[in-house]
Design a protein around this ligand. Sequence first.
Ligand SMILES: Nc1nc2c(c(=O)[nH]1)N(C=O)[C@@H](CNc1ccc(C(=O)N[C@@H](CCC(=O)O)C(=O)O)cc1)CN2
Ligand SMILES: Nc1ncnc2c1ncn2[C@@H]1O[C@H](COP(=O)(O)OP(=O)(O)OP(=O)(O)O)[C@@H](O)[C@H]1O
Length: 194
Amino acid sequence: MKQAQKSRYREAGLAKMNHLTPSLRQKSDDALLKQVEKLTSFQSASVIFIYVGQNFEINTRVWIDRWLMAGKRIAVPRVVGNGVMDAVEITSLKQLSVKKMGILEPDETHDALFLKEIDLVIVPNVVADRYGYRIGFGGGYYDRFLKKEMFKTVMPVRKSLLVEQVPREKHDIIIDTVVTEDEIILCKENGFER
Ligand SMILES: Nc1nc2c(c(=O)[nH]1)N(C=O)[C@@H](CNc1ccc(C(=O)N[C@@H](CCC(=O)O)C(=O)O)cc1)CN2
Ligand SMILES: Nc1ncnc2c1ncn2[C@@H]1O[C@H](COP(=O)(O)OP(=O)(O)OP(=O)(O)O)[C@@H](O)[C@H]1O
C-alpha cells in the first residue's frame, strides 16, 4: 500500500518536474548550487558521491565540472544490478556514457571506490519532505546504498517539489540535510535518528 502511495507522489512529482521551464530550472539549479556550497559538510569534503542529473533532474553536471576544477574528488553511481549501485571515481564528465534510463555512467573499466573514502553523498529525489524523507525513481538504489555506511548526506530539493510529508517505509533512510533554493534544513536535529 505504501508503494502505491509512493507511486502516486512519484507520478505527481514527475509531472511537476516536466512542467518547469528551462529558465526556471536554471534559476533553481543555480540557487541550489549556492546553498550546497555554503554547507560545512560540503566545504570540508574531499570526496563527494553525486548523481549525474539529467533531463528534469537538477543539472549536477555543472556542479561536477565546477567541483573537479576546485580540486574535489568526484564519484558517481554505476548501476551493477537490481537495486544495487557502485560509487565510481571520475576525473572528467567525458568518462561518462549513456546507460539505462538515459543515465550517464562510467564504464566497466573504472574501479568502484572504497566506500569509506566518501565524505559526502548528494542524494537525488523526485519528491521530498522537510524531515529528510524522499522518493526517487523507485529502484531502491539509495536506500540500499546509504545503509552500507554512516554517510553524511545532503539532498538538494526544488521547493516546488517539497511536500508536507512523504509516505514512509521501514527501509527509508533519513537524509541529514535538505537544501532548497532558500532554506537549509537540518533533519537530524529535528530529533530523528537513523
Ligand atoms: N541521475 C540519476 N542517476 C541515478 C539515479 C537517479 O535517481 N538519478 N538513481 C537513483 O536511484 C540510480 C539509478 N536508478 C535507476 C532506477 C531505475 C532503473 C531502471 O532501469 N528501471 C526499470 C525501468 C523502468 C522504466 O523504464 O520506467 C528497469 O529496471 O528496467 C535504472 C536506474 C543511480 N543513478
Ligand atoms: N534496504 C532495502 N532492502 C531491500 N529492499 C529495499 C530496500 N530499500 C528499498 N527496497 C525496495 O526497493 C523498491 C523501491 O523502493 P523505494 O520506493 O523506496 O525507492 P526510491 O527511494 O524511490 O528509489 P531510489 O532510492 O532508487 O531513488 C521497493 O520495492 C522496496 O521494497
